[in-house]
Design a binder for this molecule. Structure first.
Ligand code: CA
Length: 277
């Protein structure tokens, strides 16, 4: 009797699984196992101790609606990006010391984000990294940064509309210092600390009205300047707020900038790895 029942169930299950494959997978795997399966399928590469995750190509709405945010976050506009690889974490002091004997970070610790770095320092780091590992890394564009940070969300932060200490280090919980990368919860694409800990340099020059005329496809910031080194008094974009700032600065759309020669105890960076599609 039991054998007959089992046989009948197997036949029904077989027909059902052909008709509804996604549902049957869910029936077979617990939620935990299903999550592990998805997690294992995330495309991750590790080079020079830095882990990069593949961000899918796609479109998103960049900036803030008129009733929210600052002047430079308007207008909310559609941006379409090719896929790219981005660091899961802010670059750490250990990773930085692999290529430079010293660094001048204010807070000391191998797994703390490197800070007190300006654009010239980062360019040198990228050149050495590229030479050593025969790859091409660079800073993210501002659009890549916001797209990666949002991970499909349209809320103020990637976790919702209210500040939440489970996800970030900011003035309210940092104890006025940086913290080891990756201690807080990641976004849906696996990135940690985009909001808070250290603010992150982007490769774009900053202009407050740039969103009014930026191209939809792969925007790279204002083009009126030629190169970083020719214009040391130019401003570059920084994103994400820091351990030293309040929650307003940690919003996904929040923009700020600094002289490209400037360095600060609350500013570091994460990298993009260029791999031809
Ligand atoms: Ca950060």
């Amino acid at each position: 009797m039991i054998k007959k029942l089992f046989f009948s169930f197997s036949i029904i299950y077989f027909i059902f699984s052909i008709s509804y494959p996604k549902i049957t997978i869910n029936l077979l795997l617990s939620e935990e196992k299903l999550y592990a399966q998805i997690k294992n399928n995330i495309n991750i590469k590790e080079i020079g101790g830095i882990k990069f995750v593949k961000i899918p190509s796609g479109s998103f709405m960049m900036g803030s609606v008129e009733s929210e945010g600052e002047y430079d976050e308007h207008p909310l506009h559609k941006v379409t990006l090719d896929g790219f690889w981005i660091g899961i974490y802010e670059v750490t002091q250990k990773q930085y010391k692999e290529l430079f004997e010293t660094h001048s970070s204010c807070f000391e610790g191998d797994n703390l984000p490197v800070e007190e770095v300006n654009i010239k320092d980062i360019m040198e780091f990228c050149m050495k990294f590229n030479k050593k590992y025969k790859v091409k890394v660079r800073l993210p564009t501002e659009a890549e940064w916001e797209y990666a940070c949002r991970a499909g969300t349209i809320t103020k932060y990637y976790w919702g509309n209210e500040i939440n200490a489970d996800y970030c280090w900011y003035r309210g919980n940092s104890g006025n210092q940086t913290h080891p990368v990756g201690e807080k919860k990641p976004n849906a694409w696996g990135l940690h600390d985009t909001c808070g800990n250290v603010r992150e340099w982007c490769m774009d020059y900053y202009r407050e009205d740039y969103y009014k005329k930026s191209p939809e496809k792969n925007p790279e910031g204002p083009k009126y300047l030629q190169s970083y080194l020719e214009y040391p008094n130019a401003f570059c974009v920084q994103r994400g707020g820091s351990y030293h700032r309040d929650e307003w600065c940690l919003r996904s759309a929040a923009r700020t900038s600094a002289l490209l020669s400037e360095q600060s105890h609350n500013v570091g960076f994460r990298l993009v790895l260029e791999i031809p599609e």
